[in-house]
Write a protein that binds this ligand. Sequence first.
Ligand SMILES: [Zn+2]
Length: 150
Amino acid sequence: MTHADTLHLVCPHCHTTNRVAVQHLDHAPDCGRCHRPLFIGRPAALDAASFDKHLQRSDLPLLVDFWAPWCGPCRTMAPAFEAATAQLEPQLRLAKVDTEAEQQLAARFQIRSIPTLALFWQGREIARQPGAMGTSEIVRWTRAALARPR
Ligand SMILES: [Zn+2]
């Protein structure tokens, strides 16, 4: 098997990097360390340490919902983001960052309003969209951003 046939995936539970054959992506792969599913149909909750693992070590694009518990529009968008996760996995990893608990991350990415969606790939941010969105809007926006030439 050549390198191109495998992807590095970061576990949403223990944040260990796994190597998974591309043809196994659609067959509910498990984490080699904690043996839990690598895709769970809902966003992974990330803190500063786990965020960097998903940003730097995963071959999948990372779509992040920057939110806060006190933010009404964020709570409204949460079920839409979870439904979008089911549609976008396993091509992407979806994650949530609580900007109240993780103020360093919010400052580092200069999150000025919430909710804000930010799409990262290969270690850098490639698109950002402030404001609440519905499920189909999230999916459409993400696919369009990934399809744009870089
Ligand atoms: Zn794991």
